[in-house]
Design a protein around this ligand. Structure first.
Ligand SMILES: Cc1cc2nc3c(=O)[nH]c(=O)nc-3n(C[C@H](O)[C@H](O)[C@H](O)COP(=O)(O)O)c2cc1C
Length: 503
């Protein structure tokens, strides 16, 4: 009994002490005015995120991905049946809904065909011919844990899809499973820079023995005009060694490549890397207007089609990140919905659509979204966060804190314990295979033999009035100003008329 009183007394003294501290502390207005009681507000604010996620928000409300979408990915990753009873809970009549146009006579499963392989960089010494449409987007070792990257690498190899290294260089974790790798050259050039921070051709040559393509990152959707940000808490000794930076200090990449300030310098860099490595080279960017693409097209036609990037990754402004300033994440860069058709049309007008393969990313985590992207003109699609869900991510929005509860984005060994690599690798492979197969299922329903036959007329957009508008009407295919470029790019083309936005 005496012990109980002592504990009770101790608690009262602690509460009084805390109240006194709150009363005199200078930083929090609410605590100065309402000592102790005011703490309830901060507690509820903290818990509110979880209460809303688990209890109050309905299945289709959350951002960036609602519970319905996450559940679909989780089910695909676990290879659970994806059938629903009674009917759709998706509001197909909502303005803005995207609906695939079914054919009166679907294609029989027996009539289905494997899509023809699509080659990236046919003019390179070693072109790339990815086996599937849906692949894994860039996420660096640093943003993700080593365990997560190992599971992605093994899963990608099992599913036969590519894995993009992200801008943090190549780590042993990427090589773990033997997947096809696209090496990303970020603005800090981690993994390919010399002592002065310049591109090191020797490193490109070495890497070209291991990876299948290079991607020069100009920008990513979540933070256009800002380089990679790896907070100090996540810069471990291993990451510091791979990136060539001091351990325990934030790794902030420049907000632009120092040596790429215009389209000509971009083409110079692309051609330098391609000449040294012999592999396809592309660039990744966020697109909010098409002027840049027309300028680039002019430069390409001036230099010759061989100088063009072999692929271009268009990342939606609503893309994901390990860490980004909120203002950039929320307000800069067009979402893929507008950016992708804009890019496709600009390349068609310029006669470059066949020469430059388009990879689309930005919330393409379910098959109908990927079908939309292919229908609009993308050649490949990729996802980062979809694969994070496959790894067990629960969207706790803490990637930047090193306190990820599922081990996906933390370097804390205890938290990585829950991420069992073999199991998660299988889930990564299941998810990729599910999307690639479901894409074909959707295509058959639309009367197509495979997903590469999707065109804009196979997708419609529900208007406010309930009328549906074909994507071919909303985003008409443009007339080509230049003749379509052949896959095999000839040297030095004739001077052409100036291209203009919207031509
Ligand atoms: C944890 C994380 C790390 C990322 N790291 C990179 C990176 O290193 N380089 C890059 O270009 N994009 C990076 N991204 C962006 C993704 O590659 C992708 O473009 C974007 O998230 C859109 O795809 P999603 O909506 O499927 O996630 C990262 C995204 C996430 C979530």
């Amino acid at each position: 009994m005496a012990l109980l009183w002592m504990v009770f007394g101790g608690l009262i003294v602690a509460a009084l002490g805390l109240a006194l501290y709150d009363y005199f502390q200078p930083r929090h207005t609410v605590l100065r005015n309402f000592p102790l009681i005011g703490r309830g507000r901060y507690l509820l604010e903290e818990l509110g995120v979880y209460l809303r996620q688990y209890l109050y928000l309905n299945d289709r409300e959350e951002m960036p991905f609602n519970r319905m979408t996450r559940s679909r990915v989780y089910r695909a990753a676990k290879a659970l049946p994806d059938v629903v009873g009674f009917g759709s809970q998706h509001d197909l009549q909502r303005a803005g809904a995207i609906v695939l146009v079914n054919a009166p006579f679907a294609v029989l499963e027996e009539e289905r065909q494997k899509p023809p392989p699509m080659v990236i960089g046919p003019g390179c010494a070693r072109p790339m011919a990815p086996a599937h449409i849906f692949n894994i987007s860039a996420m660096s070792f640093g943003a993700l844990s080593g365990a997560a990257i190992r599971a992605l690498s093994s899963g990608a190899a099992q599913a036969g899809i590519w894995l993009n290294t992200g801008e943090g260089g190549l780590s042993p974790h990427h090589l773990h499973g033997g997947a096809e790798l696209i090496f990303q050259i970020g603005t800090a050039k981690y993994g390919v820079r010399d002592e002065r921070g310049q591109l090191d051709p020797q490193r490109i040559k070495q890497l070209a023995q291991t990876v299948r393509a290079f991607e020069i990152k100009l920008s990513q959707g979540a933070k256009p005009g800002k380089g990679g940000i790896l907070p100090a808490a996540k810069v471990t000794a291993e990451i510091a060694a791979i990136r060539g930076i001091p351990q325990g200090q934030s790794s902030i990449s420049p907000n632009r490549h120092e040596d790429i300030a215009n389209v000509d310098e971009l083409l110079d860099m692309i051609n330098r890397v391609r000449d040294v490595g012999g592999l396809p080279v592309g660039c990744k960017l966020v697109l909010s207007e098409d002027h840049f693409l027309f300028e680039l097209a002019e430069a390409i036609h001036r230099r010759g089609l061989a100088s063009a990037p072999d692929f271009m990754t268009i990342d939606g402004g609503d893309g994901g990140t390990g860490a980004a300033p909120e203002a950039l994440a929320d307000y800069v860069g067009l979402p893929l919905l507008g950016a992708l058709p804009m890019a496709v049309n600009a390349l068609m007008v310029s006669g470059l659509k066949e020469r430059i393969r388009l990879i689309a990313s930005g919330k393409l985590v379910t098959s109908e979204r990927v079908a939309w992207a292919i229908a609009m003109g993308a050649d490949f699609a990729q996802s980062a966060r979809g694969f994070m869900f496959a790894l067990g991510c629960i969207q706790s929005l803490r990637c930047h804190t090193d306190r990820c509860p599922t081990g996906v984005t933390t370097h804390n060994r205890h938290r990585q314990r829950g991420l069992v690599e073999e199991d998660k690798a299988r889930r990564v492979a299941n998810y990729a295979t599910h999307i690639n197969q479901e894409l074909d299922m959707l295509a058959h329903s639309c009367g197509l033999r495979h997903a590469r036959e999707f065109r804009r007329e196979h997708i419609c957009h529900i208007q406010l009035t309930g009328r549906s508008l074909s994507m071919a009407e909303l985003w008409p295919y443009p007339p080509a100003v230049y003749p379509a470029a052949p896959d095999q790019a000839p040297e030095g083309s004739e001077p052409r008329p100036r291209l203009r936005s919207g031509s």
